[in-house]
Design a protein around this ligand. Structure first.
Ligand code: AOF
Ligand code: ZN
Length: 334
């Protein structure tokens, strides 16, 4: 979306907003990461970001950071925000009202807030109050930063991340054996990944055979809600949720406000999400050995990696020499 009045200065300050917003990565969720910058005649007089869900929004923090001696400049200033200022009373009052009451001259917005209670109403409020509003500066980057939040509100389902580990020859498991592919470091990464999701899911077979705890032990952070997919689940651990189908999982998680779901397997479960097209990104860890070289002539039944289409390789992560491929679903919202 190219705007006629898009200028180089707007891009520079919006970049700063994005940089500030990322500081909220750990604690802003399930709220979006948002950054704001107040600028007067080429000088930044205030900056802020949304630190923690439940606390002040980016605009509130940016305006609060303006020094007493600069307050009189607000009437000539522009406020840059990576997400549309809110128009609703949530845990905090509307940012659009605050911007209006402070008398700012102009507001530059990165992208529209897809949250049903906002969706353009913040921008409208500002315009109705006579503030000049520019929308869509670095729009793709602003949306990508909060891709999980965007997916949740636009597609009305959680953002789904798939994760598995494989040997060089494409084996992700062996029947009746515990095949260890990850090492100490990639296990830590896996726990970090868990802490970044609100819910985590495995299939019935994985629950019964591996009895995983699915919590965060090797990293610090919140434990995701454990979920199992499958019918006739025996001995559901306390506090776990159980659903029969992919659709039911996604619908109920959406209704319960769960924005992110990490699917850790096994193969049948991963394949079920892939076949329905219900995934957004995937992390595939490559072990440092081939099953065939290590099988010692044993006649075991191997479980091969899922098969997929519409998957696009994005970038690799390398953790202590281990390769982790990062893929995204091309139909995913971004
Ligand atoms: C903004 N600036 O920095 C953020 C916004 O419960 P609340 O009051 O915190 O409101 C949460 C909603 O506000 C969230 O779903 C999203 O629509 C918007 N987030 N808005 O103006 C911000 N973080
Ligand atoms: Zn707000």
């Amino acid at each position: 979306m190219l705007q006629p009045d898009l200028n180089a200065e707007d891009i520079i300050y919006m970049r700063r907003c994005l940089q500030l917003a990322r500081n909220g990565q750990q604690n802003a969720q399930p709220n979006p990461m948002v950054g704001a910058v107040v600028v007067c005649n080429g000088r930044i007089i205030g900056e802020g970001y949304h630190v923690r869900c439940g606390e002040g929004h980016a605009e509130v923090n940016a305006l609060a950071s303006v020094k007493q001696e600069d307050v009189h400049l607000l009437k000539e200033s522009t406020i840059y925000v990576s997400l549309e200022p809110c128009s609703h009373y949530g845990k905090t009052p509307p940012c659009a009202d605050l911007i209006i009451s402070k008398g700012l001259k102009r507001c530059v917005v990165g992208c529209v807030d897809p949250f049903a209670k906002v969706q353009g109403r913040g921008i409208q409020k500002l315009r109705d109050a006579g503030i000049e509003v520019t929308v869509g500066v670095l729009v793709d980057e602003c949306r990508a930063l909060n891709k999980r939040f965007m997916t949740f509100h636009q597609l009305k389902r959680p953002f789904v991340t798939l994760k598995w580990a494989r040997t060089r020859d494409g084996v992700m498991g062996v029947k009746g054996e515990r095949l260890m592919i990850s090492n100490t470091y990639t296990q830590m990464l896996c726990h970090k990944r868990r802490a970044e999701h609100q819910a985590i899911l495995v299939g019935r077979k994985t629950l019964e055979e591996d009895a995983p705890s699915l919590n965060v032990r090797l990293w610090s952070g919140r434990h995701p809600q454990p979920v199992v997919l499958g019918s006739n689940v025996k001995n559901l651990p306390e506090g776990w949720w159980c659903f029969q189908t992919v659709e039911e999982v996604l619908n109920v998680l959406y209704e319960r406000g769960v924005q992110t779901l990490l699917v850790e397997g096994g193969r049948t479960t991963l394949q079920a999400f892939i076949d329905k097209g219900m995934w957004d990104e995937a992390f595939v860890e490559f072990g440092d050995f081939s099953w065939a070289d290590n099988a010692d002539g044993k006649d075991c039944e191997t479980i091969l990696v899922p098969t997929w289409k519409d998957a696009e390789r994005v970038e690799d992560e390398v953790v202590m020499g281990r390769h982790i491929e990062h893929w995204k679903h091309v139909a995913a919202t971004e």
